[in-house]
Ligand binder design. Sequence first.
Ligand SMILES: Cc1cc2nc3c(=O)[nH]c(=O)nc-3n(C[C@H](O)[C@H](O)[C@H](O)COP(=O)(O)OP(=O)(O)OC[C@H]3O[C@@H](n4cnc5c(N)ncnc54)[C@H](O)[C@@H]3O)c2cc1C
Length: 312
Amino acid sequence: MDSLYKELQQFGDVSLRKFLAKFTTFKIGGPADRYVEVTDTKKFTDLLNFLSGRGVDYFLLGGGSNVLLPDNGLRGVVIRVKTNKMTVDGNMIMAEAGVSFGAVVTKAVQQSLTGLEWATGLPGTVGGAVRGNAGAVGGDIAHSVSKIKIWQDSEIVELTPDDCAFGYRDSMFKRSTTVVLAAWFTLSPGNPRESLAVMQEILKKRAGHYPSYPSAGSFFKNIPLKDWPHPTSELPAAFVEAGRVPAGWITEQAGLKGLAVGGAMVSREHGNFLINHKDATQADVLALVEEIKAKVYNTSGVELEEEVQIVK
Ligand SMILES: Cc1cc2nc3c(=O)[nH]c(=O)nc-3n(C[C@H](O)[C@H](O)[C@H](O)COP(=O)(O)OP(=O)(O)OC[C@H]3O[C@@H](n4cnc5c(N)ncnc54)[C@H](O)[C@@H]3O)c2cc1C
């Protein structure tokens, strides 16, 4: 056993050559040279200090619901973030980075708090959601979070939402090595019965809308109206109202539903979901992405941008 393996054991459960596919919703991804599961925030930050002090590369894996991992896996250390503390103080819920976002939504309703119903059915963890400014049905992290605790260069500090430069499926976390440790959500007193009714509606919509095959959710970002190269008068009114043209509609207009490369395919149910319909590899998905981008550009002059984090 190499010495790094032994040293890593002080921070969590360590495995060598752990296949990562099963830790992702896309079910794609080769082995991690070293894989560490952290469940305690102090050990998590100690591990980050240790690895950055040693100059060892690491990759953070939360729920694996917004990543496309490489077929040959990852070198260095994969840190599986499973920190799981959650506390309630009046209208405020604190959740550590590894807490599933579904558990935060459930906790809110149990505490008769409202404001997170939009995240019903959102896969993944708090850390991944904050980094990507996850959002749905008109809600998002940027408008729900009140404080974020982060690790940056061996420092632990608290940030405000403004400090995070949140944008559409974007934040400063995407352009830095800053690590989300925990987040606080300040909510309002609500009525659990009403919240549950809203959540059931959202779940019904999601069930009817999203394919059942493995995927990483919406693959491309929707196009802001300002970047749409054609007269908006030709667009469905709902898109103009929303200020965005859905990427799924654009691929559908280009006739791409069902387009496949190897085991990867554009879902027939949702034009912005790329699915793993049979033992897809990252190479299959990337080849499919290139084909989609070229065809969409040739038919509508739009350049699609990935929402999913492609890891190489
Ligand atoms: C069926 C399906 C439906 C989806 N629906 C939606 C939706 O409605 N709206 C939406 O916005 N998204 C949606 N997604 C995408 C995904 O669920 C979200 O992006 C989610 O917030 C990702 O969280 P995660 O923990 O799975 O992140 P991961 O996939 O594990 O990681 C994503 C990125 O965040 C980084 N990361 C992970 N933890 C941390 C941390 N603690 N600090 C800093 N960086 C970190 C990782 O290194 C990686 O770069 C969907 C996905 C699926 C599969």
